[in-house]
Design a protein around this ligand. Structure first.
Ligand code: 13P
Length: 259
């Protein structure tokens, strides 16, 4: 199905996880900014660790690259030691935030908590990137579609149509993250179809708007094929986004895939 998301540029996003230091983060951001200038056809975003957001924001000033946080609390402020709110992330220049990354779900973040964080992101004016994905055991037992639908529906629970239009989704099969085992384009296409169908069933026309990204061992050698696959509207890259040359190649692949 071709929907509103297909008319938008592909999004190439780099999740830096718990890597980099202040100096290397700023250096990498500079390299990403120049790669984005070389690929005006693709949208580009980076998600650095919290302590480096301000430094990366400075390095990205005037560039085409959107800044994002890797998580946010559901409250705007309060006695929540160690937490960071969506409002705080917006205050230092973020435009996006990852919600429900599988590494956080594995550390105990529930479906319900992810849904609250998505709402918090929207309240703060950020674009939430709702991450969903099944484990290997879930895929092998035939439960993948059910898991994706459950994570998607609880992550978007209670949103109005005009809110769901501002959400992006990332399909990240847990078995493909950091393993070198990328989903085949066929697997990604089928999962993206399941996600889109659930969005449209739940939100009608508005469900056609969220971009659905693929994540899990994306690298320069497979990025363009994945991004040329039906219903794949971008990629969320972990390991390869930490290497300036690799991430540049993936950004260029994003621009090429739409040309
Ligand atoms: P890798 O690209 O290292 O597999 O990580 C994917 C990911 O988790 C992005 O959020």
């Amino acid at each position: 199905m071709r929907g509103a998301a297909d008319g938008r540029p592909l999004l190439v996003a780099g999740n830096w996880k718990m890597f980099t230091r202040a100096a290397t983060a700023a250096e990498l951001a500079g390299a990403v900014a120049s790669a984005a200038d070389a690929a005006p056809g693709a949208d580009v975003a980076v998600f650095p660790p919290f302590p480096y957001l301000s430094g990366v924001a400075a390095a990205l000033r005037g560039s085409r690259v959107a800044l994002g946080a890797q998580c946010c609390h559901d409250r705007a402020e309060g006695a929540h030691t160690g937490e960071v709110s969506a409002e705080m992330a917006a205050d230092v220049g973020c435009r996006m935030v990852l919600c429900g990354h599988s590494e956080r779900r594995q550390a105990g973040e529930s479906d319900e908590a992810v849904g609250l964080r998505v709402r918090a992101a929207l309240r703060a004016g950020l674009v939430p990137v709702l991450c969903v994905g099944e484990t290997l055991a879930e895929r092998e037992s035939g439960a993948a579609d059910r898991v994706l639908e459950r994570q998607l529906l609880s992550g978007t629970h209670g949103l109005a149509a005009d809110e769901v239009r501002r959400v992006d989704v990332a399909y990240e099969p847990v078995w493909a993250i950091g393993t070198g085992r990328t989903a085949t384009p066929e697997t990604a296409v089928a999962a993206h179809r399941t996600i889109r169908a659930a969005l449209v069933r739940t939100f009608g026309d508005a469900g056609a708007f969220p971009r659905i990204l693929y994540g899990g061992s994306v690298k320069p050698s497979n990025a363009e094929e994945l991004m040329r696959s039906e219903g794949v509207q971008g990629v969320l890259v972990g390991g390869a986004s930490l290497d300036a040359a690799s991430f540049r190649a993936i950004i260029l692949a994003g621009a090429a895939a739409r040309s």
